[in-house]
Design a protein around this ligand. Structure first.
Ligand SMILES: Cc1cc2nc3c(=O)[nH]c(=O)nc-3n(C[C@H](O)[C@H](O)[C@H](O)COP(=O)(O)O)c2cc1C
Length: 203
């Protein structure tokens, strides 16, 4: 089977893309609204894009032609936190993905406690084992797309004691982190087998 993506409908392109780029890590993004309300929602168009500077990106779609709360808040405050949702938080993460009015505090809806980021103006999920405090680096309007790419510079990282650092490195132990990832539709995945293989030496 071969498809020209231009011949597909938007829905078909979305379904093909999100079932081929898998598994996707989930950025559980927390922000403050301009009016002092907390907001939390998951985004799986999420990627690590640079280590120096320390950059991550999240692509946020529009809802009926308007910015989602997360994007509106990020434009206002210039800040957000990426919380790593873990296996035990699947139901809570899903609860925060509902299409709620801006007034709804998703922390409250999902029964989550928040804390205040130290380096940026954003709340974070208190019991997430890994949190990245992000300052907006660049907001890229994607030509012809209803998505907007938000690039954040991670200024501070929180890691719980339950997630050790591999000795003599700065690698966080992913087996201890147990992050959730998204497949397509309602399907998720967790860390399965993690085979290790040394790279071939340079010749
Ligand atoms: C696992 C998961 C991943 C999602 N990924 C994205 C994404 O990458 N981009 C996006 O625009 N919406 C994504 N969504 C949908 C948003 O979470 C949803 O539209 C949410 O209501 C946005 O909340 P907000 O209006 O408070 O920002 C995802 C939903 C789920 C459950």
């Amino acid at each position: 089977m071969i498809w020209d993506t231009a011949a597909l409908t938007g829905r078909e392109r979305y379904q093909l893309l999100t079932s081929l780029v898998v598994p996707r890590p989930i950025a559980w993004v927390s922000t403050w609204s301009g009016e002092g309300r907390r907001n939390l929602a998951p985004f799986s168009y999420f990627a690590a894009i640079s280590a120096t500077p320390f950059l991550v990106s999240v692509s946020i779609g529009s809802r009926r032609g308007e910015d989602k709360d997360t994007l509106r808040n990020i434009r206002r405050t210039g800040a957000f936190c990426v919380n790593v949702a873990t296996e035990g938080q699947l139901a809570q993460m899903n609860e925060t993905a509902g299409e709620y009015a801006s007034e709804v505090d998703e922390f409250e809806r999902a029964g989550l406690l928040s804390a205040e980021a130290e380096s940026v103006n954003a709340p974070y999920v208190a019991n997430c084992p890994a949190v990245m405090e992000c300052r907006v680096f660049k907001i890229v309007e994607l030509e012809g797309s209803t998505n907007t790419l938000v690039i954040g510079e991670v200024l501070r990282v929180h890691l719980a004691d339950t997630v050790p650092i591999v000795p003599d490195t700065m690698f966080a132990d992913s087996a201890a982190l147990r992050p959730l990832a998204r497949l397509w539709g309602d399907f998720y995945s967790t860390i399965g087998d993690t085979p290790a293989l040394k790279r071939p030496p340079a010749i």
